[in-house]
Design a protein around this ligand. Sequence first.
Ligand SMILES: Cc1ncc(COP(=O)(O)O)c(C=O)c1O
Length: 386
Amino acid sequence: MFDVYPINDINIVKARGSYVWDEKGIEYLDMYGGHAVISIGHTHPYWVKKIEEQLEQIAFYSNSVKIPIQQKLADKLGEVSGKKNYQLFLCNSGAEANENALKLASFYNGRKKIISFSKAFHGRTSLAVAATDNPSIVAPVNETDNVVFLPFNDEKALQKYFDDKGDEVSTVIIEGIQGVGGINVATDSFLKLIRNLCNQYNAVFIADSVQCGYGRSGKFYSHDYAGVDADIYTMAKGMGNGFPVAGISIAPHIHSKHFMLGTTFGGNHLACAAALAVLEVIDVENLMANAEETGNYLFEEIKKITELKNLRGKGLMIGFDVPPELKDLKKNLLMKHHIFTGEAKPNVIRLLPSLALTKVDADKFLNALRGEVAALTKKYAEADVS
Ligand SMILES: Cc1ncc(COP(=O)(O)O)c(C=O)c1O
């Protein structure tokens, strides 16, 4: 294997709901959702059934023929997301979704400049990585003057850029809640300003919802909290609950032309069956409401643990800073308490569990968290005295 991932020495062989099991039969609570991918719960029986049924019929045929399940998926997405008149283009990953969105925006207004923000993460392919604020993953060939980074949530800087160069701007791309950047919530007034400036200058507002979308925040798109509609929403992770599928949802004023976008695998029968099952479960099981309710509960309880700093997030996308004396917290939660959590460099713990997380599961996590914070704090105090 090409060694690009620092991995935990754990072999997960089985999964169900918010739990996974390793080859020794050890059970783990998954507060990481396999990196925000598990939306309706691991191996949800309805999702398994629908994929199996589809597999028995046909798994793949190219986009050169009618694939009616694509329209079914588009209709259901319109219904559950509340953007009924938006158009759907299907692809395979978050980076690809952003790549297509940025390209489509440039086709639409014929311009080149992309505004992105500090700590943004939009993927690892050419334009997506160029719009990502992490020079260490940008190869020389990806470097471009077409992307400008402005400070996140800084309305003055954004206004000034548009005042100076608004006619050159093709796109503003922003995560409603930054994930890899450490759970930073875009303010409602910042998102409203983006909407107004994009309207004024005919620029395209791209809402990267790859991590913060699909109900994770308690609303379908976290940008919805600001009461604004983006021109393009990009989505992946939670869309297939682990089946690789992604898409972009496009406002009606952006028109398609044959061959302007395309993909071999995007929108295949099997991926659509998985994605449709996810939306049906989100709908029937009221998972957005659960994300909001269980997320609020977690948030309020974590707030009481005063050793943890700068608690932030919405729904089941929560982050907090871990002070240096608690630096072993994430490792101990995994190795001692068998709980997976996410992280963001340098010292953030990210919670991205299944949207079906129950209060019982939340309490299990909270008990471990309280216990471990207390144990590490005590250990630190004792070491300090001696
Ligand atoms: C906000 C955001 N955009 C895009 C991506 C890229 O998605 P993928 O890894 O599926 O290409 C990610 C992945 O973490 C993400 O968090």
